[in-house]
Each structure stands twice: as C-alpha cells, then as structure tokens.
Design a protein around this ligand. Structure first.
Ligand code: IPE
Length: 268
C-alpha cells in the first residue's frame, strides 16, 4: 500500500476499448474520441499535489480482434506464437497511438507495462509496479497501463484493463474509478437506448449488450468489478467519455452529469 499517500486523492480512468477504437471494426482507432479525452484531461489540470490520476486502456478492435482471431481468452490456454505476437503487437500499437494523441495536449504520461505493474499470482500491484506508480506521482507524471497478454511457461491468457484497475485498487487506496465508454452509462435492457440506469443497486437488473470482438466479459463483468470496488469505498462511475465534458466533471468531483454510479450496497 502507498500508506504515505494520505493528502492526495487518486482517480483511475479506464479508457474502454469501445471509446478509443471503433470496437466492431478491426484495428480502427477513434482519433476524435481521443482528442476529446485529451482536451478534458488537459482542462482538469491534473495531476496536482492533492489529486493524482492513473489511466488504463482496453484493447477494443486492436487487442480483442487478434485475441478472438487466435483463440486467446482470459483462461490460460495453449495458443500459437503468432497469436501472442499479433495480439501484443496490436496492444502496443494502440498504446502508442493513445500516447501520441494525449501528448499533443501536453499530457505527460509514464507508460508502465502491465507485466511489470501487476503481480501475477494475485490481483495486486507488484513491488516494481508500486514503485513505478509512486515515482510517476512524485514526478507529476500520469501512470498509464493497458490490458495485455500474459505468457506462461506453456500457454497464455488475456488480462483485461479492468483487472489492472482492480489490481491497482488492491494496492493503492483509490478514491474514484471512472469507466469512460462510448455510451452514456449502463442501460436496463440489451438495447442501448432510452434512459440509462442512474444508480445501480443490489437488485438493479440490467442486460448487457454483446460486441463482435470481446474476449474479456463485456459490461456484466465490469459492473461486478464496480460493485467490488464500491465495497472497498471507491466511488464508481460509468460515463460517456466523449460527451459534454462529462468525464472532466466527474474527475473534478462534479457529479451532476448523466452517468451511472454504484450505490453503497452489496450486490447479491
Ligand atoms: C483487453 O483489455 C486487452 C486485450 C485484448 C489484449 P480490455 O478487456 O480491458 O479491453 P476493452 O476495454 O474491453 O476493449
């Protein structure tokens, strides 16, 4: 744990693959979405001495496309070397495109490879990862990591960006977790239309939509993660990352924006 961190807030923003890529079109980067994120992050004025930011991004039509094509899943399994190389390569390419756009806005990022950030045996940060995050904070850098391919002695598996968020929250007290997406929040039905659910409670029912390339579980597992984080005291939001500076407002603690949040209760 970063026990000496009291005195500053920590917000994690997960840039969903659906936001940073056109998720249903292979290898298609969403430049305008990234520019909107860049503008909002710049306007936030973070990091500051009292508020630190961590970014994590997903795979969208880069990582998920190859994962699906070569049979990689979140379960450890034998996959071809080609499959591992292509999926990892696509993630690194997406990562560098994200870096380049955010850099245009003067956002100073510290890329931390997921393999050094997290401890493989448990969902938590490694010693190196914790040190890298702490050092990034003290140099006014925004740590950024991403979903990746974990390669074992025999076989490989996908570790989602959401799992990385959970690992961070296990080792650092995270005040706010924001899932930035390409839709306005969580919807009560499979159709992504009409009003969103503003507050997810124990009993709130919702049906998640399915996307063409997605090997890490989609919205349902994201919502379960949200409840686990909420249990630990983290405020959780699902918000449209492109619209009306909603992300910016949430980062700054102005909660009167269209978004889905998670109630205090435990999900049954
Ligand atoms: C997936 O990460 C990473 C790979 C496919 C290698 P995520 O599961 O976090 O990606 P999105 O946000 O759902 O696209």
């Amino acid at each position: 744990m970063i026990d000496d961190r009291k005195g500053f807030k920590v917000t994690i923003v997960k840039l969903g693959g659906s936001l940073v890529t056109h998720k249903d079109r292979a290898r298609s980067f969403d430049q305008p979405a990234l520019r909107s994120i860049g503008r909002q992050l710049k306007k936030s004025g973070l990091p500051s001495p009292s508020h630190k930011l961590i970014l994590v991004h997903g795979g969208g039509s880069f990582g998920h496309y190859y994962a699906k094509r070569f049979g990689l899943t979140t379960k450890k399994g034998k996959v071809t070397a080609r499959g591992i190389a292509k999926t990892t390569g696509a993630m690194l390419e997406l990562h560098s495109r994200i870096r380049n756009v955010l850099d245009e806005f003067g956002i100073n990022l510290e890329s931390i490879l997921p393999s050094e950030l997290i401890e493989r045996r448990e969902i938590a940060l490694s010693e190196t990862g914790l040190r890298r995050v702490r050092n990034a904070f003290s140099n006014d850098l925004i740590p950024i990591s991403f979903g990746y391919v974990d390669v074992f002695r025999k076989g490989a598996s996908i570790v989602s960006g959401d799992t990385i968020c959970e690992a961070i929250a296990k080792s650092i007290e995270v005040d706010r977790q924001i899932f930035a997406m390409d839709v306005d929040g969580i919807y009560p039905t499979r159709k992504i239309q009409g009003p969103i659910i503003r507050t997810l409670r124990n009993s709130t029912e919702f049906l998640s939509e399915e996307r063409k390339y997605d090997v890490t579980g989609g919205i349902a597992s994201k919502v379960s993660l949200g409840f686990r984080l909420r249990e630990k005291g983290t405020e959780v939001f699902f918000v449209n990352g492109k619209e009306d500076e909603r992300l910016l407002k949430l980062i700054l603690g102005h909660y009167d924006v269209p978004a889905t949040t998670i109630d205090r209760g435990k999900r049954i």
